[in-house]
Design a protein around this ligand. Structure first.
Ligand SMILES: Cc1cc2nc3c(=O)[nH]c(=O)nc-3n(C[C@H](O)[C@H](O)[C@H](O)COP(=O)(O)OP(=O)(O)OC[C@H]3O[C@@H](n4cnc5c(N)ncnc54)[C@H](O)[C@@H]3O)c2cc1C
Length: 298
């Protein structure tokens, strides 16, 4: 209670108590966050960080929740949403500086208008810039990490940190960042090109996504691609398409997607994931690794 009243005093942005996270994930699944906070400024964000630490409460950041499976028991402590406080979008002489709370769609729109090329392969990947960096989002053998010059943020002690590209080790769907760094801003190195060319390339990459279940409740690909093959191919060939646990179903369009066809819980999705994993392992002796992140309490 003391925490809540101090939070109310410090934050002009939105504070939601026991906020169901199914409202904040593309899967539309997830139990409540004790405190869901959307600060208005970076200073407010740091104040929340410090307050949570002094009260011994866990804190995590959520982007647009498009790569997450939130457990049915929800998330204890504070969930921070930076979409209203880390919104900078500016050019520098070699590309763009962008806030972690900006959506990838908005970033790409500005890149096109400002004639900065490189990120077109991201067209169609939902989510925020912060989330994209944290998971090194990408497609077609490219990923956002290749374009990162520097990442700024705060550690959980409230200390500002800036890391230059040699200190960042981007790998397939991951990056080595000091534990729990809250990313606030990213400097991207891009190439100057006419906007019509950029636009055409974005359209081409967007078209390549026509085999994905559009407009369905999902979290993108469930599994990482194992070396030399596609997870979706193995799942399809092991006959899992359409497999279902209650409201969770392996997509008939793209076997590496699980969709929430109505009322699915995190437990349903996890059960389905295990079924798929076992089938693929039995048939191909390949152990699939998860691409989506599971957070919260069962
Ligand atoms: C239809 C669909 C298609 C998709 N296609 C692709 C694809 O082609 N390629 C691909 O890579 N992904 C894809 N995804 C998955 C997802 O969109 C990306 O991984 C995206 O980059 C996640 O961003 P987010 O903002 O939603 O992050 P979230 O899912 O909200 O969070 C992901 C992780 O990032 C952390 N995080 C978020 N913001 C910050 C921050 N500011 N500081 C520190 N940590 C932070 C969170 O704590 C969490 O650990 C797809 C998803 C969907 C639904």
């Amino acid at each position: 209670m003391e925490f809540q009243s101090e939070l109310l005093r410090l934050v002009k942005g939105e504070i939601l108590v026991d906020e169901p996270l199914n409202r904040h994930t593309s899967f539309a699944i997830g139990g409540p966050a004790d405190f869901f906070v959307r600060p208005k400024t970076e200073q407010e964000m740091v104040a929340v960080l410090n307050l949570a630490r002094t009260h011994g409460l866990p804190l995590m950041v959520i982007g647009r929740g498009t790569n997450l499976l939130v457990e049915d028991g929800g998330v204890r402590g504070v969930v921070l949403d930076l979409s209203k406080c880390c919104c900078r979008l500016e050019e520098w002489s070699g590309g763009v500086v962008v806030g972690a709370g900006v959506s990838v769609t908005e970033l790409l729109d500005h890149c096109r208008r400002w004639e900065w090329a490189g990120l077109e392969f991201m067209a169609g990947i939902p989510g925020s810039v912060g989330g994209g960096i944290r998971v090194n989002a990408g497609a077609w053998d490219r990923s956002i990490g290749q374009f990162v010059r520097a990442v700024s943020g705060y550690d959980l002690s409230g200390q500002a940190v800036t890391l230059q590209s040699p200190q960042l080790h981007f790998q397939y769907r991951s990056v080595h960042l000091p534990g729990d760094l809250i990313i606030t801003e990213v400097k991207l190195a891009l190439t100057s090109q006419p906007s019509q060319i950029i636009q055409k390339r974005m359209e081409k990459f967007r078209r390549r996504r026509s085999h994905q279940p559009a407009g369905q409740r999902s979290a993108g690909c469930i599994f990482k691609n194992p070396p030399g093959t596609a997870a979706g191919k193995l799942i399809e060939e092991s006959g899992c398409k359409g497999m279902q646990v209650n409201g969770a179903q392996v997509s008939a369009e793209h076997a590496n997607f699980i969709i929430n066809i109505g009322g699915a819980t995190a437990a349903d999705v996890k059960q389905l994931i295990e079924k798929v994993r076992r089938r693929v392992e039995d048939q191909f002796e390949v152990e699939l690794q998860m691409e989506i992140l599971v957070i919260g309490e069962e």
